[in-house]
Design a protein around this ligand. Structure first.
Ligand code: HEM
Length: 128
């Protein structure tokens, strides 16, 4: 079987890849004066787990996010956070830095596909 037959999820490294990506992302969030106050106090491990499961499911992995949290309804789940252009950019900057660190093994096409999805999803959650 060549790599074209694998799902995106398997090709990039399965759940372990999404966990590494999201850990790198939250390391950035933890240091960010704009984003950090929006997240629950104390440790971010539950938030990290939810985002990793969501992304893994989105990219073709098992429906673990849905089992844990139900239908994603991301826009609804973000309405309580004030997401301006500045906030969205901060979120995307940390995600891009995480990809820089953890997604070196992705093909250019997979990398671009992932970046475009994240940009599109973040744009859709801007609510101010
Ligand atoms: C645009 C900037 C964004 C900001 C400021 C933001 C902020 C937040 C915050 C504060 C939470 C609550 C943390 C928690 O307890 O889980 C959260 C949850 C979450 N976010 Fe975002 N987010 C952004 C974009 C995104 C994008 C683009 C995605 C998907 C690609 C996403 C997916 C999620 C998921 C899956 C959860 C957990 C929802 C749940 O099950 O309760 N977020 N986000």
């Amino acid at each position: 079987m060549d790599s074209d037959d694998l799902s995106f999820y398997d090709r990039v490294g399965g759940l372990a890849f999404f966990e590494r990506l999201v850990s790198a992302f939250y390391e950035g969030v933890e240091q960010d004066p704009v984003l950090r106050p929006m997240y629950p106090e104390g440790d971010l491990s539950a938030a990290r787990h939810r985002l990793a499961l969501f992304l893994a499911q989105y990219w073709g992995g098992p429906p673990l996010y849905e089992q844990l949290r139900g239908h994603p309804r991301l826009r609804m789940r973000h309405v309580d956070y004030v997401i301006t252009k500045k906030v969205r950019n901060a979120w995307l900057d940390h995600m891009r830095a995480a990809l820089e660190r953890e997604a070196g093994h992705l093909s250019d096409q997979d990398r671009r596909e992932m970046e475009s999805y994240l940009e599109m999803a973040a744009a859709g959650l801007r609510n101010r």
